[in-house]
Design a protein around this ligand. Structure first.
Ligand SMILES: Cc1cc2nc3c(=O)[nH]c(=O)nc-3n(C[C@H](O)[C@H](O)[C@H](O)COP(=O)(O)OP(=O)(O)OC[C@H]3O[C@@H](n4cnc5c(N)ncnc54)[C@H](O)[C@@H]3O)c2cc1C
Length: 443
């Protein structure tokens, strides 16, 4: 009988556990190849308009590299390895599929327009292959909703109320303890058939050195990979009980402790939202259940909302008029945009946040709201340029959450109020009363 050879295409699911697509494929093939397509760091002068390529800055690139190394180690423990190929669209992936005689391909479902297009392109280019795509990126499955995605609630509160009433989070998959071996394992690199490895295959150790040199100095804990994600979950919940005061601390501006910091790991799929949900449930039953523990769940529901909202609205998420198709006056002034990016607007709280972003790739949720409000209202710039810069810089960039939140603040998105301008002076008095944060970043 013909051997079944699978290929799992890791994209935004850089984890082994609770990865339903990988688990499903591993259970039905004789051999398995694990692949990641590595993107280059983007040029920042390419910020003009939303395009079909994700802008990638150094902070996130490092985090991804770190995650890949961790993933490769986990795969090696299961007798597998990760093949990293350079980004040339789908060409190298197709070469690999053809030369190894791949019979099934799996990848995790993702709400992003680009991710969905890529997947559909692959299917149309190799229609004869068997495809597996499961959703491990959200808490709920589309089939559980009491509404169709096309007609889903257009704002958060009705969405939240409905899912809290009608939906449940499905159980986690059993941990993966074995995997089929890789057809590449047996082949020494020089003995591989000419076409087996794409020209662009990269030795993973070439990126290891680079990562070790580029540790995030300000947040050393913010290091990519499933291992670190699970460690952060343990730290924030069980080791420090910080979760039990989350509601009081979550508006902090700087430091590691004021919020969960799980976003970057969630965005690259180093951890699944389901895993966080079940850890939270355990914490609530074994330690404390209070407003703070509920609030973390509430915030995960915001993420959930934006993911399904993106699926529902597609590329309207990137349009100037937003999902509301509104017309709001705005300009594109490169000097003003540059001053905002560099933290030189003259608004101290905004400048401090923007310098924090530039230096670390992270900014608090409060900070993000303030700098976005300033960009749209005080500076009167086209909100998409702010969103695109965030896309480049954020270590935790998530297409649905970033563009959804930006639209919301620009008054063209999923906001019933339609206009939100923060009073920067008042916000500073409330959230940085001694101006320590401002002093830390502006001096
Ligand atoms: C303009 C703007 C852009 C943003 N861009 C992104 C982005 O690209 N990626 C991203 O993950 N979040 C984004 N957010 C949401 C939020 O700021 C971050 O999720 C949060 O600051 C990450 O820190 P944390 O993990 O410690 O969050 P916590 O406060 O600990 O929250 C736990 C988790 O809940 C989710 N969450 C919390 N707030 C939101 C929210 N407003 N929208 C969606 N999900 C939320 C995140 O997954 C987060 O990790 C953005 C917010 C704004 C205002």
């Amino acid at each position: 009988m013909k051997k079944k050879i699978g290929l799992h295409w890791f994209r935004k699911d850089l984890r082994i556990q609770d990865n339903p697509s990988l688990t499903a494929l591993a259970s039905k093939v004789d051999e398995l190849v694990c692949v990641y397509i590595l993107s280059d760091i983007s040029a920042l002068d390419n910020i003009e308009s939303p395009s079909n390529t994700e802008l990638l800055g150094e902070h996130r690139a490092n985090f991804i590299n770190q995650s890949l190394i961790d993933l490769d180690l986990s795969l090696k423990n299961l007798g597998q390895k990760l093949l990293v190929i350079a980004n040339d669209g789908l060409a190298s992936l197709l070469d690999l599929i053809d030369s190894l005689g791949i019979t099934s391909v799996s990848a995790e479902w993702h709400c992003g327009v680009n991710e969905r297009n890529q997947w559909n392109d692959l299917i149309s280019l190799r229609p004869e292959i068997d495809y597996i795509q499961e959703n491990g990126t959200t808490l709920y499955q589309e089939s559980q909703f009491p509404f169709s995605i096309k007609n889903m609630p257009s704002t958060f509160s009705p969405f939240r109320k409905k899912v809290e009433k009608y939906c449940h989070v499905e159980a986690l998959d059993a941990p993966l303890s074995t995997m089929p071996s890789s057809p590449l394992n047996a082949m020494p690199q020089n003995a591989m058939p000419q076409s087996a490895l794409p020209q662009s295959a990269l030795p993973l150790n070439a990126i290891v050195t680079e990562c070790l040199l580029t540790h995030n100095n300000h947040y050393p804990e913010l290091f990519g990979g499933e291992t670190r994600a699970l460690a952060q979950l343990k730290y924030y919940f069980w080791e420090t009980d910080l979760i039990s005061t989350y509601k009081e601390t979550r508006n902090g501006l700087d430091g590691w402790e004021f919020s969960s910091k799980l976003s970057a790991w969630l965005a690259q799929g180093c951890i699944s939202p389901k895993r966080i949900y079940y850890e939270l449930s355990q914490y609530e039953s074994q330690r404390t259940k209070n407003n703070s523990t509920y609030w973390l769940f509430f915030e995960l529901l915001w993420r959930e909302f934006f993911h399904w909202h993106h699926l529902s609205q597609g590329s309207k998420l990137f349009s100037l008029g937003g999902v509301q198709q509104a017309t709001k006056p705005s300009e594109i002034n490169p000097e003003i945009i540059e001053s905002w990016q560099q933290g030189e607007t003259g608004y101290p709280i905004v400048d401090a946040c923007m310098r924090q972003l530039l230096a670390t790739g992270f900014m608090s949720n409060r900070g993000r709201q303030l700098v976005a409000s300033c960009f749209v209202h005080e500076l009167a710039q086209d909100w998409r340029y702010g969103a695109r810069y965030f896309e480049y810089q954020l270590v935790d960039f998530d297409v649905a959450s970033n563009w959804g939140n930006w639209q919301y603040l620009a008054g063209v998105g999923a906001d019933p109020r339609g206009h939100r301008q923060f009073n920067l002076r008042k916000q500073t008095e409330t959230y940085d009363p001694q101006q320590h944060f401002i002093a830390d970043w502006l001096t």
